[in-house]
Design a binder for this molecule. Sequence first.
Ligand SMILES: Nc1ncnc2c1ncn2[C@@H]1O[C@H](COP(=O)(O)OP(=O)(O)OP(=O)(O)O)[C@@H](O)[C@H]1O
Ligand SMILES: [Mg+2]
Length: 259
Amino acid sequence: MLEFRNISFSFTGRRDTIEVLRELSFGCRENEIVAVIGPSGCGKSTLLSLATGLRKPTAGQVLIDGRPVDGADPRLGMLFQQSTLLPWRSVVENVELGLEIRGERKGPRRQRAIALMRQYGLAGFERKYPHALSGGMQKRAALLQTLAIEPKVLLLDEPFAALDAQTRVVIQNDVVKICRAGKRSMVIVTHDISEALSMADRVVVLSRRPATVKEIYDVPFSREAESVADAPAMPGFADYYKRIWNALDISIGGMNAAA
Ligand SMILES: Nc1ncnc2c1ncn2[C@@H]1O[C@H](COP(=O)(O)OP(=O)(O)OP(=O)(O)O)[C@@H](O)[C@H]1O
Ligand SMILES: [Mg+2]
């Protein structure tokens, strides 16, 4: 469905060039959830921005259904790392923004936004403004804005980082369910190994910048667990956690975790 094929990317400034991605390849099939994990600053957000057509790779191709991405693809929905709601629009107006941009008529798009808000715990907040919502509710509304356009491919850039631990698990679970129900493809960037293992079918570990694919793990927990909350208790979870931790090659207290 979505394929990064031999992608390299550099930012070229006036004085210097920063090589961010180097010959990086992996894909996300239909009805598959892929988690991308890697050190801070390695190029994860940059990678996703290549799929949205916002930036073009220096070399290589991003393909959707076998065709190169050319500008904004309507089958793709992206939730940016820094995404926020527009403060001057009510919550329901924020949720329907993508549909509005697509030119959907007000009646149907409003109905769809209200239905989504009811389904995902935001009933009663339609006419409120974003500042009246908790951080978790704002993130949920931003997610609904992305889901409202019913993308076949969903790209999420650290969507749950700001949430408290309980809300996070609830929303993670919702997102997995939504994804599976619609047979969508999803690429989720995260720092959280548990999140990657609990939500994804495959975990792609990136190296430090310039990022290359270091390891790819097929993991069963997301499909086999009753819910995201149950995944960490499944046999084998801790082993994968350790393997991924080692692959990330993070040092603690001067000691290399992989040593
Ligand atoms: N517009 C830009 N111009 C120049 N360099 C940039 C630009 N955006 C990002 N970079 C650099 O590219 C590298 C990768 O940035 P990116 O935001 O993709 O990292 P990341 O893996 O998403 O990090 P984090 O985990 O902290 O979100 C960083 O070194 C960053 O400083
Ligand atoms: Mg980022």
